[in-house]
Design a protein around this ligand. Structure first.
Ligand SMILES: Cc1cc2nc3c(=O)[nH]c(=O)nc-3n(C[C@H](O)[C@H](O)[C@H](O)COP(=O)(O)OP(=O)(O)OC[C@H]3O[C@@H](n4cnc5c(N)ncnc54)[C@H](O)[C@@H]3O)c2cc1C
Length: 429
């Protein structure tokens, strides 16, 4: 008996299509059926084209292979040339080989990738909407000419390093320091959570100028002496994204690689306001993918001789998901228009990011319930999306902090700086 049992150990898992023939796995991605209010009508022909071509590549190139990479927590480098053909890297940036997409077009590209896989969407978001955008908004003419064209073609990859072990939500207080030395700067400090950093060719790094006490930005090249990057292991979400811990010990950056447009944290915030628009569209994409998957699954899966989609409770859950998706899309769409019209405030971007992740969290939980046992398998997308949403709920400002940014705007009172420590009242007694 014992031998019988051990002889079965180590056998590879049965192919999911064989083990569970009743429902199609996400490697064959379901068609998009979530545009119930025909929001596509709001898009320009160019934006519709972007959506179509990104959707096609995501469904045919990413969906069939991504689960293995996600399970192994590896980055799918084979996808990079496919993403490059889409010409969406660089997003809204005009010139320097960048595509100059509309705000909505750039957001749709990220959302369409997220519909199939949020890790690939995050890879693109960090590269395009944080690192490249910082160079384009705050870089010199020489820096833009030197770095942006190859980043746009995805021949070189970038990352964006703000967060530190001691400062996440309170990023403006950061500890990494920049000291002026002959011909350049010396950077010392530590960064955490930096997406793409384990393989990025260039790192946009923020540090406190010890002379002015203000935040400055620097372009650090891979392999610079004193730079050490290690991968953060054991993540439960966005497992393909290679998040790094970074140590900077006397890292030399030439004067020509200091970003001249970053003289304070306010300059960083300008980039964050735009990238937050883009991040708001990732939960939209994730929710759409989960809805599409559930819609097909409920048709295919039968219990008691009928499809699951004929049960009242299943329908109610599906429709709650659909309602959320319509509302999230409308909010995302309006945010892009406010930005284009020069009317977007930081509070608008923060509310959309916070609210969309909150609603998407409901969508992925409902989806996870609808699929029963298969709701915990990455093969059917929903479990992966469920896990991937968690870091998105927290990055680019947590749900709470983004809510408080909007709270400050609508009440006129900032509530998110911790009150000063209480003074002892006994000193003079
Ligand atoms: C997968 C992933 C990718 C990331 N990629 C990058 C990247 O590429 N580059 C980068 O620079 N950073 C990146 N980050 C970091 C991310 O932006 C931070 O995780 C985020 O800002 C939150 O900081 P924290 O994790 O330190 O949480 P903390 O700031 O410690 O927050 C913990 C909890 O306390 C709450 N909290 C904190 N302060 C307040 C307050 N004042 N009022 C009310 N509540 C508060 C928060 O809402 C949260 O619930 C990434 C993070 C993750 C998880």
């Amino acid at each position: 008996m014992a031998n019988d049992r051990t002889s079965h150990l180590g056998l590879p898992a049965m192919d999911i299509s064989l083990a569970f023939p009743q429902a199609t796995p996400a490697s064959k991605f379901p068609p998009c059926v979530s545009d119930y209010f025909q929001l596509d009508a709001f898009l320009t022909p160019e934006e519709r084209d972007i959506r179509k071509k990104v959707r096609e590549v995501a469904e045919t190139e990413i969906a069939p292979i991504i689960v293995k990479y996600w399970e192994r927590a590896e980055f799918p480098f084979e996808i990079v040339p496919k993403l490059a053909t889409l010409k969406v890297s660089g997003g809204t940036i005009k010139g320097y080989g960048c595509p100059g997409l509309s705000t909505l077009g750039s957001a749709l590209a990220l959302s369409e990738v997220a519909r199939v896989d949020a890790s690939c969407s995050t890879f693109l978001m960090v590269h395009t909407c944080l690192a490249m955008l910082t160079i384009s908004m705050c870089g010199s003419e020489d820096q833009k000419t030197k770095y942006l064209p190859s980043l746009a073609q995805l021949h070189t990859i970038s990352c964006w390093a703000l967060t530190e072990p001691n400062y996440g939500s309170d990023a403006s207080s950061l500890n990494t320091i920049a000291t002026k030395v002959e011909g350049g700067w010396k950077l010392d400090g530590q960064k955490r959570w930096i997406g793409n950093s384990t393989f990025a060719d260039i790192l946009v790094v923020f540090a406190r100028n010890i002379t002015t006490n203000q935040i400055n930005g620097f372009i650090v090249r891979k392999g610079t002496p004193g730079l050490r990057v290690t991968k953060i292991e054991n993540k439960i979400g966005l497992r393909c994204v290679q998040n790094g811990d970074i140590l900077l010990k006397g890292v030399f950056v030439a004067d020509e690689d200091r970003l001249p447009g970053i003289d304070s944290f306010q300059d960083t915030s300008k980039v964050l306001a735009v990238s937050r628009i883009m991040v708001s569209w990732q939960p939209i994409g994730i929710a759409m993918g989960v809805y599409d998957m559930c819609h097909r699954y409920l048709q295919e899966r039968k219990q008691f001789g009928v499809s699951l989609n004929s049960f009242q409770i299943s329908q109610e859950k599906l429709i709650r998901m659909l309602g959320n998706i319509q509302a999230m899309n409308l909010m995302g769409w309006r945010l892009c228009k406010l930005y284009d019209d020069g009317k977007m405030t930081p509070g608008h971007a923060s509310l959309t990011k916070a609210w969309n992740t909150l609603k998407a969290r409901e969508v992925v939980s409902l989806g996870r319930e609808l699929l029963g046992g298969n709701g915990i398998l990455t093969d059917f997308l929903v479990a992966k999306a469920f896990c991937d949403l968690e870091p998105i709920y927290s990055y680019e400002g947590t749900y709470e902090v983004n809510s408080l940014v909007t709270g400050r705007e609508v009440t006129g009172t900032a509530s998110f700086k911790a009150p000063p420590a209480r003074k002892l009242l006994t000193a003079k007694l």
